[in-house]
Write a protein that binds this ligand. Structure first.
Ligand SMILES: [Zn+2]
Length: 187
């Protein structure tokens, strides 16, 4: 995978209006893993793109009435089949973390990259999702090396409010996959 101007090359782009500049154009140094499914527990619909684009129809499903007004985004989504959508270039600030704290520092959006896995806290993520998340993370580490040592879940930076990516996310599998790939590339 390659980056060009903060975008993954060859990936579906759905540019979101929900972003702004990082304060002082800070270089991202943290990866935050999330999950999302709309409606909750259902996969494959057009609703996540719509939410992050600010075009979600509040009447299309009862659940949407409570979220359609939110101005939120993430940098990327990885769907169940491994397809990637990018909404915000990585050098810009996406609005995914909310009130949050990582290693004593607040406002994680300022310095993080947010990646959503289409899923729920309890249903195992797919092999394709692990593969693509690993590939994206590798690419990000090349551009922003400190991410290698700073990867976390939304539930860890906003523990009172958030539970994603949940117990279904296998951190050791993910970290090991990233490590194996990095070692290969360094040899
Ligand atoms: Zn989240």
């Amino acid at each position: 995978m390659q980056l060009k101007d903060g975008w993954l090359v060859g990936v579906k782009q759905v540019p979101s209006p929900h972003f702004d500049c990082r304060p002082e154009d800070e270089t991202p140094s943290l990866l935050v893993v999330h999950n999302i499914s709309l409606p909750p527990g259902e996969f494959g619909g057009p609703w996540i793109d719509a939410l992050f684009s600010g075009t979600l129809d509040a009447t299309a499903h009862p659940y949407f009435a409570g979220i359609a007004h939110l101005r939120v985004s993430a940098h990327c989504l990885i769907r169940r089949d491994g397809k990637i959508v990018q909404y915000v270039p990585f050098d810009k600030r996406a609005w995914h973390a909310g009130i949050s704290l990582y290693q004593g520092r607040e406002r994680c959006n300022d310095f993080s990259i947010g990646i959503e896995l289409e899923g729920t806290d309890t249903l195992p993520y797919t092999d394709a999702q692990y593969q693509q998340l690993t590939a994206i993370t590798e690419t990000l580490i090349q551009a922003y090396p400190s991410i290698a040592d700073n990867m976390t879940g939304h539930c860890d930076i906003a523990p009172d409010r958030k539970t994603d990516p949940g117990p279904a996310f296998d951190w050791s599998r993910f970290r090991q996959a990233v490590e194996v790939t990095s070692n290969k590339e360094n040899k």
